[in-house]
Design a binder for this molecule. Structure first.
Ligand SMILES: [Zn+2]
Length: 166
């Protein structure tokens, strides 16, 4: 009988607080962008939230830093439009540590707004890229859409172990 009481009392308590721990699905993320990146970060957080309703994706303090950067290069010495550093434990994604986007992109970079949407996907734990060059999660910068396309959403949901949307 005591259990019944505890359950009833607990039910009304469970709305998400602004700084509550990440959701049980494990795919949530709190993003802490530089001020000049805040509006675009908010746009992509909203888009990703629609695509992945199981994941608690929001902006807040003390979250994953989202930085503006210049002249990003990878370990191979090649230019990068953006970078996301993730922590892995036991060979699997644990959490994102940092997101950087080049806000003065040149060459093959489509523009930092596109890059940011792509990198937030990686920060959610999406690993790798899709073949469709028009998709946000393509590794080819130039053709990317500024929206979260169906191919990217399906890829992300599969990677994150989420069921297909009904
Ligand atoms: Zn990527």
């Amino acid at each position: 009988m005591r259990w019944a009481w505890i359950l009833v009392l607990a039910l009304p308590c469970c709305g998400a607080e602004p700084d509550s721990p990440l959701d049980p699905a494990g795919c949530g993320v709190v993003l802490s962008p530089d001020p000049e990146l805040a509006d675009v970060t908010r746009k992509w957080a909203a888009d990703w939230s629609v695509a992945l309703p199981e994941c608690d994706i929001r902006l807040g303090e003390s979250g994953i830093p989202v930085y503006a950067a210049e002249d990003l290069t990878g370990a191979d010495g090649e230019r990068r439009c953006g970078q996301t550093f993730n922590e892995h434990r036991g060979g699997t994604f644990s959490r994102a540590l940092e997101v950087r986007v080049d806000t003065t992109p040149t060459g093959d970079c489509a523009g930092w707004g596109y890059t940011l949407g792509h990198e937030i996907g990686h920060a959610l734990g999406v690993h790798g890229h899709v073949d469709d060059e028009t998709s946000l999660l393509s590794n080819i910068e130039a053709g990317r859409a500024y929206t979260l396309d169906a191919v990217s959403i399906a890829f992300a949901r599969e990677q994150l172990g989420l069921n297909a949307p009904e």
